[in-house]
Design a binder for this molecule. Structure first.
Ligand SMILES: [Zn+2]
Length: 76
């Protein structure tokens, strides 16, 4: 899959995201500190090479909660 590398504006660690998320105006979720931020807030974004495995870069692999912001449940 196509990925990009993003630097967390909070803890400054770099991690990988699916390029799909780069196209969307969604907040990114840092897997290290849990910070949510828009990509424009990141101090550094660069594209990963094709064929790079994002999963291999993070110990334990990527879980959905690392990427997607959970939605609040509405009261019935
Ligand atoms: Zn972070």
């Amino acid at each position: 899959m196509d990925i990009f590398n993003v630097t967390c504006p909070d803890c400054k660690k770099v991690y990988y995201c699916d390029l799909i998320l780069f196209e969307l105006e969604v907040r990114l979720h840092c897997p290290y500190c849990g910070h949510y931020f828009y990509k424009k807030e990141s101090p550094g974004i660069y594209m990963g090479g094709s064929g790079t495995s994002a999963v291999a870069q993070i110990k334990g692999g990527i879980r959905p909660e690392m990427i997607y912001e959970p939605q609040e449940e509405k009261d019935g």
